[in-house]
Ligand binder design. Sequence first.
Ligand code: ADP
Ligand code: MG
Ligand code: MG
Length: 249
Amino acid sequence: MLRIENLTAEVEGKPILKGVTLEIPDGEVHAIMGPNGAGKSTLSYALSGREGYEITGGSVLLNGQDLLEMEPEERAAAGLFLAFQYPVELPGVGNANFLRTALNAIRRTRGEAEVDAMQFLKLARARMKELSMPEDMLKRGVNVGFSGGEKKRNEILQMALLQPKIAILDETDSGLDIDALKIVADGVNAMRGPAFSALVITHYQRLLNHIVPDRVHVLADGRIVASGGPELAQRLEAEGYAGVLEEAA
Ligand code: ADP
Ligand code: MG
Ligand code: MG
């Protein structure tokens, strides 16, 4: 389980997270919604250990291990996966090599044997079949010339290969189309089970029609101000944030 307690963080000396407390038990999918600038992306970067996001207080435990003491690659090896809002393009780097490098980095940190190119292909093909992905995606440069939907597929493939304990998906506010949304939702739903949990960060209720969360939290001005079941997301969709924020104040 992921246990975040009273987490505070700054970006460029400016306090952004002002005491976030949140528990995600194993097997559960939680959603974080909230107005623009609330600190949703800052929370995901703070959890992943991204440079420039300075933790000023609080604690984060993943299955009892102190996440904040770990380097970003150790966090990944411990089972944390962060899907990027804006995936990088790496011309000249084959996607298969890229994904295998990511997998082996985790296996090395865990003290497990690395997988060679043949073993990786076998593994990747099996996962791609489950996710109905075309195999030629492995041959292309990382994200180069990928459509929005293909980038999402690649991200989901990466998640399926790395088998994280907890995945954080921070979806861009500027809109996934319905197809990309379905890809993300199908990928997350396929992984749901007692050993997998997810934190889905989204501006839109739409995504939560496809990934029905166990809990929904509203982040505003760096704090969780309301929590509820999936009906909270539906209320926000119908009414906007004003009512919920007023009640919290
Ligand atoms: P959300 O994802 O909820 O829209 P963000 O976490 O992106 O919110 O941003 C929260 C606040 O932190 C905003 O005021 C934003 O301007 C600021 N912020 C986030 N990242 C940076 C950064 N790299 N440099 C400066 N300010 C940042
Ligand atoms: Mg934003
Ligand atoms: Mg954001």
